[in-house]
Ligand binder design. Structure first.
Ligand code: PMP
Length: 365
């Protein structure tokens, strides 16, 4: 039997608006074939003007504060290079955090310290202690339906982070790819809403339009944005003209809004059923009931090592990303194991079967 994959946060193909994307691609290509197949004009390293304007309108900011890169991962890499270019190499992240971001920060010489996540975000006391001790250049947070935990930070935690940033003078990088995928409750203020001058917002069209377009962005001060654009030009000149033109058109024509509505309608029942199945399988070890995004997660005491859990899961027909990768230095908290459970790409019955199998391995049944 093929294993049940709890491995990646990839959009299910049912929510990719492929028909519309093919139509828009044909449309922009027939209008501007030479421009889109030629080297972009000098100075286009900040990204396509129409796309930056459309993103600015959507995010309630101005185009000169918007930088577009080939996927938000590349934007994070450029940002890390800029923010860690000085003496201060200290970075604070949520624990667990997005593994690729952690690896990027470490690759740029960052000394990464984690602050444990609770079901409503950073443990505020621990965050206050850590930032006073390590004096970070920046704090990296994924406040909405975090990858890998699913946690959505409460308003109190968001405000506490901003207050600490003001007191200690560090920057905040908020990464927001799942923000629009909310299945329950009301939208909370973004961290940038609370402190626009202190916060760099990173975002992506990967989960709300198409990851294959590779369109990600950052919103920050014009100086910061210009600085990362210089680094961008030095490595790849400009982001890809064709996919940016398609993305700009998709925003303009409302294709992103309809893709979000379709994704929310498709994923809400999967989320609800996954929460019920994971609660039944893991009880209180389930870290959060997210109400949005792609992920559930489990942090559990276990007598097993991670390698034993991976091997046991494989024998039981389940594959998953080893949880240690989501912790600074690749180290799990003592005596605990962490499991990320992406629910977005699995039929409900597969998720439930996989969660039960993993829970059995975890407790040695
Ligand atoms: N940040 C987070 C938190 C993510 O989960 C992802 C995708 N898994 C990314 C950034 C990267 O997304 P992309 O490069 O496709 O924009």
């Amino acid at each position: 039997m093929t294993p049940i994959p709890f491995t990646r946060g990839v959009p299910p193909e049912q929510v990719l608006p492929v028909t519309e994307l093919v139509k828009l691609t044909t449309e922009v290509l027939s209008e501007r074939p030479v421009e889109l197949f030629q080297y972009p004009r000098i100075g286009a390293n900040l990204g396509d003007d129409a796309l930056r304007a459309a993103l600015a309108g959507r995010l309630g900011t101005t185009p000169e504060r918007v930088f577009v890169g080939n996927g938000s991962l590349q934007v994070l890499d450029l940002l890390a290079a800029a923010l860690l270019s000085g003496e201060n190499k200290s970075v604070v992240v949520e624990e667990p955090t997005y593994d690729r971001a952690r690896q990027i920060f470490e690759r740029h010489g960052g000394q990464v310290t984690g602050v444990p996540l609770r079901s409503t975000g950073f443990a505020v006391d621990a965050l206050a202690d850590v930032v006073a001790r390590v004096r970070p250049a920046f704090v990296y947070t994924i406040p909405d339906f975090q990858n890998p935990s699913g946690v959505c930070a409460g308003v109190e935690q968001r405000q506490a982070l901003v207050d600490l940033a003001e007191r200690h003078g560090f920057a905040i990088v908020e990464d927001t790819p799942y923000r629009a995928l909310r299945y329950h409750g009301v939208e909370l203020p973004s961290i940038a809403d609370l402190a626009p001058e202190r916060v760099i917002t990173v975002g992506s069209l990967s989960k709300v339009l198409s990851p294959g377009l590779r369109v990600g962005y950052a919103v920050g001060t014009p100086e910061l944005v210009a600085g990362i654009a210089v680094r961008a030009e030095g490595t790849y000149l400009t982001p890809t003209p064709l996919t940016q033109a398609v993305a700009a058109r998709a925003l303009e024509y409302g294709v992103v809004d309809s893709a979000i509505a379709d994704a929310v309608a498709f994923l809400k029942p999967r989320h609800d059923s996954a929460v019920a199945a994971a609660r039944a399988a893991f009880g209180d070890a389930l870290l959060a009931e997210p109400g949005g995004g792609y992920f559930l997660s489990v942090l559990a005491e276990s007598r097993l090592t991670e390698a034993e859990l991976v091997a046991g899961a494989k024998a039981a027909g389940v594959t998953f990303a080893p949880g240690s990768a989501f912790f600074p230095g690749g180290r799990l908290p003592d005596g605990k194991l962490f499991l990320r459970l992406p629910f977005q790409a699995l039929p409900e019955s597969d998720f439930a079967r996989g969660a039960r199998a993993l829970a059995d391995v975890l407790v040695g049944r």
